[in-house]
Ligand binder design. Structure first.
Ligand code: C5P
Length: 234
């Protein structure tokens, strides 16, 4: 099977919309590969913070990006992120790392440096790709593109709950401010801004619970890939 014949489901949108949860569910149930592209940007940001680089210096951050080895390893139900062999799964989830990721993500050479690495995830039997520009730039030919949205207030509330569950404490007020700032940066950057692809199906998850989001997206997957035996598992 040629790489480009391998089916891809892209799920884009801002953080706190339920993307991560629905992508893990799809990948695990279908037995497909999972690309958490945000983890790649976060790992680069963490390395840049450790190296005390100026996050606004596009060429220095791009040079660093090219020198890094970033790997994912399945760890139970979760995915561990390894940066030059070191497990950074927890470290990359902080709000500071998320903000730094959105700063380094504006640089075109950094995005270019990550493009081939992301496309390499398209391997049989299929790929579920989670991000901001999966449907617009990285996998523009994906047969199913989903874009999740939710109000900033609801996303801040979900994020707060998620962080508490991970043992990270942060104020709801600071999270809300970060969300507004990060959204603006992700939407307004000139390269690969966060937006739905013209052929994406947009779902507002503000009033939906995890099970309902899963059900809606599973319905779209079943409709898009009829007859594939793995889809029957959804
Ligand atoms: O999804 P997550 O919160 O982990 O992403 C962190 C940041 O990485 C985003 O705010 C965004 O700026 C950047 N990102 C991106 N393109 C992607 C995935 C993430 O620019 N495909």
């Amino acid at each position: 099977m040629a790489e480009t014949d391998v089916p891809v489901i892209t799920v884009d949108g801002p953080g706190g919309t339920g993307k991560g949860t629905v992508c893990s569910y799809l990948a695990e149930t279908l037995g497909w590969h999972l690309l958490d592209s945000g983890a790649l940007y976060r790992a680069v940001a963490l390395a840049a913070l450790h190296a005390r680089l100026d996050l606004d210096d596009a060429s220095m951050v791009a040079e660093l990006t090219n020198s890094l080895t970033i790997r994912f390893r399945v760890a139970g139900a979760d995915m561990a992120t390894l940066l030059d062999g070191e497990d950074v799964t927890g470290a990359i989830r902080s709000e500071d790392c998320g903000s730094a990721a959105s700063r380094i993500a504006v640089h075109p050479p950094v995005r270019r440096a990550l493009l081939a690495r992301q496309r390499a995830f398209q391997r049989p039997p299929g790929l579920v790709a989670d991000g901001r520009d999966m449907g617009t730039v990285v996998f523009p030919d994906a047969p199913l593109k989903v874009y999740l949205t939710a109000t900033p207030e609801e996303r801040a509330r979900r994020r707060h709950k998620q962080l508490i569950e991970k043992g990270i404490s942060d104020s709801l007020q600071r999270l809300s401010a970060n969300i507004v700032e990060r959204d603006a940066r992700d939407r307004e950057r000139s390269t690969s801004p966060m937006k739905p692809a013209p052929d994406a199906i947009v779902i507002d998850t503000t009033t939906l619970n995890v099970g309902e989001v899963r059900k809606r997206v599973s319905g779209l997957v079943r409709g898009r890939f009829p007859g594939r035996p793995d889809i029957g598992r959804l």
